[in-house]
Design a binder for this molecule. Sequence first.
Ligand code: SF4
Length: 615
Amino acid sequence: MANGFMGKILWVDLSKKQIKEEALDPKMGRDFLGGYGLGARILFSRQKAGVDPLGPDNILGLVTGVLTGTDAMGGSRYVMVGKSPLTGGWGDANSGGNVGPYLKFAGYDAVFFTGQSDKPVYLLIDNGKAELKDAANLWGKDTFDVQDILRAEHGNELEVACIGPSGEKLCLIAAVMNNKGRAAARSGLASVMGSKKLKAIAIKGNMKVPIADEAASKEMRKRHVQNKNPRSEMVGAYGTSFLFNMSIESDDAPCKNWDGVGVIDFPQYKDISGDPVKAEQAKKYGCWHCPVGCGGIMKPSTGEYEYGDHAHKPEYETLAMFGSNCLNNDLKSIIKINDICNRYGLDTISAGAAIAFALECYEKGIITKKDTDGIEMKWGDPKAIIAMTEKIAKREGFGDILADGVKKAAERVGKGSEKYAIHVGGQEYPAHDSRGGLNFAIGYGGNPTPGRHTQGGEGPLPEGSMPQFDFGSLKGRGEPHKQGMGITAAYNAAGICMIVIGDAYVHIKDLVEAFRVITGWDITLEELAKTGARIETMKQAFNIREGIKMPWKHHDRMLGIPPKEKGPRAGATLDEPELAKGYYEAMGWDPETGKPSKQALLDLGLDDVAKSLWP
Ligand code: SF4
């Protein structure tokens, strides 16, 4: 088997309760690297277009990358894949922690689930053996309890990916959780897991990932661990919360459901920034084998917002979506909300957006206390925000309206509320503003998974320098975006943490070295970028086959229609038809429909896809 891979995929038919092993095709491994690359390749081949995302025919996968569980820095990731019930197109969600590496140590690169179980089950994978087990005692339990119960039964070295009550109740903004605070949150895939009555995937293993050059791999890791720099120190100390001040000050962070300007409308923003977050931290932690350790466990609170001694540190996105976007400057309330989301299994980006939507609808008189179960949904009221988050998590009362994201919530509420439902293609925007942030704007609308901040592009170029263009215009951005998107897709698929590449430790040349040393492939940055382009094109083809027209339609507010009147981004309006045009042209995708050209597909070796899209 190719180095870096375990060489085996598990297939679990939940309807028939059958489990089969399949060998991983080494060429497919090299062409798609694992993660969402391998996932998209397999789902395009084995899943028909038009299946119900919450029905038995949607294939759900948990897929690791070729560098997951190896000496490559940040090699901790796995990706959930499937058709997204939020967008109707390709869906994926990436998480760190320990689950990815342990799936490989248990002998598998990926596990795919088909069908639907008639009763709650979990999959136990133990060193090359897998069995479905009854999960009746786990159903209804939160993600913390699930991990504790399964570890009590199978031992503490067990790693668990699971859904909480929100996933069971098919909330489309639910998250798959592991290690109690790491989330595969986007695309609504936890609801797919819930629809299959699959409560958890529990994994044990101590096999070794085959490495091409063991000695070189150890030596490389030693060297890369020494790559500390001020930025990596900052991430280690604060997590991503260190981004909050600079994001608010540059008007990148959302404020008042994306309608405000942070420094003007939320002057108390420093109350929830890096320093106060760090002051509440009891200890730090990291994902498997990661020297950065950006995670943290907070001091317990017995005050107004009670949480125990295992509440996790809120990340930047959570601080922004439940903080500035809701005008909430009460840090402890955000820690409490983060804890609720982690326990119930909710995407904090989408849940924060849903709360901000409700706050604005309430302010505008579209909904009243009668609709919101007596809760006064007032901007910045932490108690109201906590209460409504709990309702979403449990799908209770008005929370049931919000639990499927803002697009569906606006359809249910009506009365012009879609004006305040800030989403792109059914997915809530992450906490970086597209107005004045062209890189994000291109990706949010242009990527097969809309509204994704971790699919950023634009360089570096092969020689490592940044592309040159006017930051205020779209001119010349197509090729650099293709280049950067390709490299990003490659390391995401391979199982590498983006923070380690972007903020700490690993330069892009170190990444190429990791691929070479671990896999033994004579790979170059150019090949990686091309592989990433193949992966992105595969996901794009999945959407086209589903009848989706791309680029996705942005929300007017995120295009600056009308433009902001105040703040650092005042006057910025984006030209939507032009946004992804250069990128699509560089990729060989039709700028009007998103369809990859036959030639682009053939150039990437996707002959069967070309036949399917161009019969
Ligand atoms: S940087 Fe943070 S998220 Fe990334 S692998 Fe390390 S601990 Fe995990």
